[in-house]
Design a protein around this ligand. Structure first.
Ligand code: FAD
Length: 511
């Protein structure tokens, strides 16, 4: 057992995975987090006695977790109960139309035939083929690469990958590219929404982000006990390997000795010695000096605009009207105005899209009475600059509720004992220096994905992990960044080879 001591700042997905993997390798690991419990954005809020998942709800890329579990000698099925969902998501429009996308590509094709006709369904099938190719081209050279550069990616893509990228027009926006695939505006809108999975606008995100649609089409799972159970599981596995977790413990300084990381100082005044530190907060906190002057310039990569924040309503309430599935999206006809409001004007959207996660549905159970819900609308990440007025919040709430009602769903979003609202200001307090941005930096423009820092900071002994560094936001991606940080640390110590996530296998739509 080596005496190398590691402090991981943050028990978000990446921090939990880093800690687990480092402890598995025999290092002495302490995780400190300012929050009361593990998970970071993967958090659960108690509403009227019911635990409501109030962060991520869509669990994809399970192969990432299969690989993490295999690396510590277990299997995901042994640690967590997870079920694949038949319906990936249910989509509603205010004109009364509705479309389900399924895990079974043929069922999705048939649903699109019913929804928009056979020609459009054929275009959908072609789109699926393209997203498969884009995903396959980029998974190795970008997603699983520890530190991709444009030049290195171009070399690794090979002629076929380059041809795939050229065909989607990577310099174009996702919105522009989708206009070439679909003639039905509703399908263009539906697939444009995937840009928001990494907190970006479809009008500014590169066309290559269509690969996020592929991630979802490769499967969505429901975790028994909620996403929160995933965080608990990672913590339990870490504890079994000796990781020490200190909650309600904010780190206010990363200490350096002779230019090298030597420990952390907590708000309580306590200091912890560390030979290495993994920082799982947003890199904006380092850049703004929140962790001390010694690490202010520790992050490489370009500064990009902040990603989306959100207003969320965590609820335990009955629903009536339309039949919800687990993941539901309610669209309006004017999509562009939402992103203009948020990114150009820094305002709450007057016409938001509304996402509703009905957490008791989708896995065969019958719902009777109050159910656990998370409703979400996109919002600007300016929670550190201004608070929204009660009137602005009320307007956004009413507009969201009106949309749901026009689509047939009756639901009260007013804050009450059965409905707890979280705003960008609240998210900014939970995740310092972010303004409430939930996905790190926005992926705006073709080069944005390369602007993210890799796991190695510019200060010896400091490593970075989380949604604000490569490969980017989302539960599986953040988990991968945790693996990459652990691997970089171990490689630096010369103790082990880097462990990169294994390749996935996905299905292709053929009909
Ligand atoms: C409402 C919402 C919905 C989302 N939906 C999805 C989804 O459906 N699917 C999906 O894959 N992803 C989704 N995401 C994104 C996903 O949750 C995140 O990308 C991912 O969980 C981020 O993990 P992370 O490792 O970056 O850590 P974070 O979750 O950002 O956690 C960082 C931790 O560090 C701690 N910390 C920070 N600074 C300090 C300090 N100085 N001292 C001590 N502790 C500190 C914080 O308290 C926090 O616990 C969603 C996020 C939100 C908020």
């Amino acid at each position: 057992m080596t005496e190398h001591k590691v402090v991981v700042i943050g028990a978000g997905m990446a921090g939990l995975v880093s800690a687990l993997q480092l402890a598995q390798q025999g290092l002495s690991v302490t995780v400190v987090d300012k929050a009361e419990q593990a998970g970071g954005k993967v958090r659960q809020i108690m509403v009227n006695g019911a635990g409501v998942d109030s962060g991520p709800t869509v669990f994809t890329m399970r192969w990432v977790f299969d690989h993490i579990m295999a690396s510590i000698g277990t299997r995901l099925e042994n640690e967590l109960r997870i079920k694949p969902l038949n319906i990936l998501a249910r989509h509603f429009w205010e004109d009364g139309s509705q479309l389900d996308l399924y895990a079974d590509p043929h069922a999705s094709y048939n649903a699109v035939v019913q929804f928009a006709g056979r020609s459009e369904a054929d275009r959908f099938a072609q789109f699926c083929k393209t997203t498969r190719e884009v995903y396959d081209a980029l998974e190795g050279p970008f997603i699983r690469s520890p530190s991709p550069t444009m030049a290195q990616m171009m070399t690794s893509l090979g002629p076929r990958g380059l041809a795939t990228l050229a065909s989607v027009g990577p310099m174009r926006s996702l919105w522009h590219s989708l206009g070439k695939h679909f003639t039905d505006p509703r399908l263009r809108q539906l697939f444009a929404r995937y840009a928001t999975y990494c907190g970006s606008s479809p009008w500014e995100a590169p066309a290559t982000l269509m690969l996020i649609a592929q991630v979802e089409m490769d499967g969505v799972w429901a975790v028994e006990g909620g996403m929160h159970a995933l965080a608990q599981c990672l913590m339990r596995l870490g504890q079994a390997r000796g990781v020490r977790y200190l909650f309600n413990s904010e780190c206010e300084r990363i200490e350096l000795t002779q230019g090298r990381v030597s420990g952390v100082r907590l708000r309580s005044g306590d200091s912890l010695h560390a030979d290495s530190v993994v920082f799982n907060g947003d890199i904006a906190a380092l850049r703004t000096g929140l962790l001390g002057p010694g690490v202010k310039n520790a992050v490489s990569g370009r500064v990009q605009p902040r990603s989306l924040s959100a207003i969320t309503w965590s609820m335990h309430a009955p629903t009536s009207g339309v039949s919800l599935d687990r993941h539901n999206v309610f669209f309006r006809s004017n999509y562009a105005s939402e992103f203009e409001s948020v990114f150009q004007q820094g305002r709450l959207p007057a016409q938001p899209t509304v996402y509703v996660c009905a957490q008791d549905r989708g896995t065969g159970e019958t719902v009777d009475g109050p159910e656990r819900l998370l409703c979400l609308v996109n919002a600007p990440a300016n929670g550190d600059k201004r608070g929204f007025t009660p009137q602005e919040l009320a307007d956004c709430t009413n507009s969201s509720q009106d949309l749901l009602a026009r689509c047939g769903l009756s639901l009260q979003l007013e804050p009450s004992s059965s409905c707890i609202r979280t705003t960008p200001q609240d998210f900014n307090q939970l995740f310092p220096a972010t303004g409430g941005a939930l996905y790190g930096q926005a992926t705006h423009g073709w080069m944005a994905a390369f602007a993210r820092s890799n796991a190695k900071a510019q200060v010896p002994g400091l490593y970075l992990a989380g949604g604000s560094v490569h490969p980017g936001p989302g539960v599986p991606m953040a988990a991968m960044s945790g693996q990459l940080a652990a691997a970089a640390l171990m490689a630096n110590l010369g103790l082990t080879k880097s462990s990169r996530p294994a390749a996935t296998s996905g299905g292709t739509l053929t009909h």
